[in-house]
Design a protein around this ligand. Structure first.
Ligand code: ZN
Length: 234
């Protein structure tokens, strides 16, 4: 399988602090191969469930989560992190503004490739789906290759059987229908230790639980070995 990512100028366009986990190992490998990575995060994640001991205001949580993402980005050797400050869980209502804000920023970064969410949003979160749609419009406009995050094939197969979880989530209104995740056609071998260390910075999100704690350990370990992406037709 070819590795079209590594050693190039990558713009990774996400919605929340911790979404970068979908490409964390890949961004680190891009750095090792001499590439540059620019990470854009549309929100500051202030509406995520807090695992902090004391309740904090949205503004304080936003500050904490930006700091956590900066620390993770440093561990992953990301060249620059750009926060757009759109309201968490409110990206869909601001899609036009997000596009207007992102176009000049991404144009200036001159990416060889944009990486973002596909139509499934991985978890079907509307913030993810909206960021993915904006990324697609920009990739088209700039005639830049686009790749979508996806999960390890083994995890996708398990999730197909987890429809109840997605049905429960839909009640919160932040989520679209049940996503049919596509299996990736790009596979990047990653450094598990680097990814684990980086993602551990997101204390306010995960507490001491590992990301994807709902999955059995064997599957979680698989997710630390490779990252997968879907080559999008634009
Ligand atoms: Zn997210």
């Amino acid at each position: 399988m070819k590795l079209p990512f590594l050693g190039s100028r990558l713009v990774v366009f996400t919605a929340h602090p911790d979404d970068e986990g979908l490409a964390a190992g890949t961004m680190y490998e891009n750095h090792r191969a001499g590439g540059k990575t620019f990470l854009i995060c549309a929100t500051s994640g202030e509406k995520g469930k807090s695992h902090l001991a004391r309740p904090v205001s949205d503004a304080a949580l936003a500050r904490i989560r930006r700091g956590e993402l900066r620390a993770a980005a440093k561990a992953l050797k990301i060249d620059r992190v750009i926060f757009f400050g759109f309201p968490d869980a409110g990206v869909r209502a601001n899609a036009a503004r997000l596009y207007a804000k992102a176009v000049p920023v991404i144009t200036r970064l001159k990416p060889d490739r944009i990486v973002s969410f596909g139509p499934d949003g991985v978890s079907a979160h509307w913030d993810h789906i909206t960021v993915g749609r904006v990324a697609r419009r920009i990739a088209k406009k700039l005639k830049t290759p686009l790749a979508a995050f996806t999960l390890t094939p083994e995890v996708i197969r398990v999730r197909r059987n987890q429809k109840t979880m997605f049905l429960k989530r839909r009640k919160f209104g932040k989520y679209a229908g049940i996503p049919e995740l596509r299996e990736g056609d790009i596979k990047i071998k990653i450094n598990a230790a680097v990814k684990r260390r980086a993602m551990r910075h997101h204390v306010s999100q995960f507490g001491t639980r590992p990301p994807f704690a709902e999955l059995p350990k064997t599957l979680r370990d698989k997710m630390m070995g490779y990252e997968y992406f879907v080559e999008e037709k634009i």
